[in-house]
Design a protein. Structure first.
Length: 91
């Protein structure tokens, strides 16, 4: 049995989640709190790679003046390869 939503603001609406496989739960919970149903349609699955080509590409990318990660899984993957170091004060 499902708990009643905290709000019915989105009752009758659907959220279409295009997040990677296994990454829908937060969006599903947020939509449910507002009364929405969620369709999880992952167009891809994230796979962590550990090979020479990947390490060279990551090393080259990290040599840039500014590096910005927008994906927590990308940070975890880079850290697993041992490529990240703590930021210095002021960075």
């Amino acid at each position: 049995m499902h708990a009643a939503p905290a709000s019915s603001l989105l009752a009758g609406y659907y959220v279409i989640s295009l997040r990677p496989a296994g990454a829908h739960d937060g969006l599903r919970r947020a939509g449910a709190r507002l009364g929405a149903r969620t369709f999880a349609l992952p167009p891809w699955r994230l796979l962590q790679r550990d090979d020479a080509v990947t390490r060279r590409a990551l090393h080259a990318a990290l040599a840039a003046d500014v590096v910005l990660f927008t994906s927590p899984p990308a940070v975890h993957a880079a850290q697993a390869l041992g490529a990240l170091r703590p930021a210095h004060a002021g960075q």
